[in-house]
Design a protein around this ligand. Structure first.
Ligand code: UFG
Length: 327
């Protein structure tokens, strides 16, 4: 059985669904602070919090867990700057409880949700894994700290892990069952789609004077189902090789904020106004992944393009709007 910590969240729930389709037995452990019970499509569900060691131990004692996937973290970059204590407690200290419990129960394989936020400002594009690690926020530092802890756990205790450095997760399940539901929503694609769904809203473009062709930030948007695929492959890699590692997950292609807005207008067929605003503090101008290491290690490559990201996200958020109107 695979234990999916944070499996009721955005990326965790897509991974749980894919693992089930591939025939894995799974159990989701989630505190439902940001996760949603109805996003858990099959497998066991345990409502619990990593801050409660006894609850975590009971989960391991009661289930035949062979490997863990750890998605459970707070992920609002701005909030992490305002309240770092919350991020170091939840993302770092609580992960230690998980690792200690894995060790106690002899569970040796972990797939960890890391982030491109470990790099900071890109000195060269595309970003390879050799790029210096200079995170700009407590969120990024919390992810880097865990990567370093995992390297020590491997050296000392032989725990094998794969840290997956996601670029910008986007899109939704092709079946329309699950998608992105963040409260509050801060991510570009959902906000652009919400502007398209509701003409009263405009999209706020943060920063139009960046050193990029159209002056807006460039990001590498990667479909959430491609991320889920990479988790399955990372699990197989750990079993096959017994080696730890880390790698980027992105598409190698960047899109600017203005390009995303245009694509959302095209795909939705709806126009919406956009307003220019100050840059968000700490936003790097360009982040694009070199994913060759993931290709070499895991045999993974992104299969879904920007069009599919926006189409699946549009379908999901349209359904979400109907759901909200019926509440
Ligand atoms: N943006 C806008 N308007 C908005 C929202 C976002 O212009 O209303 C811009 C941002 O300034 C940024 C781009 O759109 O340039 C993408 O922003 P997102 O908030 O969608 O994503 P981020 O790149 O800020 O964040 C993502 C992940 C984080 C991770 C970070 C690493 O969500 O978890 O990348 O840089 F830490």
């Amino acid at each position: 059985m695979i234990l999916i910590v944070g499996g009721a969240g955005y990326i965790g729930s897509h991974t749980n669904k894919l693992l089930r389709e591939r025939g894995y037995r799974t159990a989701v452990f989630d505190n439902l602070v940001h996760g949603h019970r109805e996003f858990v499509k099959g497998g066991g569900f345990i409502q619990g919090d990593l801050s409660d060691r006894e609850q975590v131990r009971l989960c391991f004692a009661g289930n035949p867990i062979e490997a863990v996937m750890h998605f459970g973290a707070f992920a609002y970059v701005g909030e992490s700057v305002a309240d770092p204590a919350k991020y170091y407690r939840n993302n770092v200290a609580n992960t230690l409880t998980l690792l200690e419990t894995m060790q106690e129960f002899g569970v040796k394989h972990l797939v960890f949700s890391s982030s491109c936020a470990v790099y900071g400002h890109a000195e060269a594009i595309p970003l390879t894994e050799e790029h210096p690690l200079r995170p700009l926020s407590p969120y990024g530092r919390s992810k880097l700290m865990i990567e370093e802890i995992l390297a020590d756990y491997d050296r000392a205790y032989g725990m094998k892990s794969m840290s997956l450095r996601y670029f910008n997760a986007a899109g939704a399940d092709a079946g329309g069952e699950i998608g992105e539901r963040h409260l509050p929503e801060t991510h570009l694609i959902p906000l652009a789609i919400q502007a398209a769904l509701d003409r009263r809203r405009s999209l706020v473009i943060h920063g139009t004077d960046y050193p990029t062709p159209d002056g807006t930030c460039i990001r590498d948007y990667i479909h959430v189902t491609d991320l889920a695929e990479a988790h399955c492959k990372a699990l197989e890699y750990l079993k096959r090789t017994g080696q730890s590692g880390f790698c980027n997950l992105g598409t190698g292609k960047g899109a600017s904020v203005k390009e995303i807005a245009t694509l959302v207008r095209e795909i939705s067929g709806k126009d919406f106004p956009s307003a220019e605003a100050e840059p968000r503090p700490g936003d790097p101008p360009v982040l694009v992944a070199d994913y060759r290491k993931a290709q070499e290690l895991l045999g993974w490559r992104p299969e879904r393009d920007m069009g599919e990201i926006i189409l699946t996200a549009w379908a999901w958020h349209s359904k979400e709007r109907d759901r909200e109107e019926n509440i």
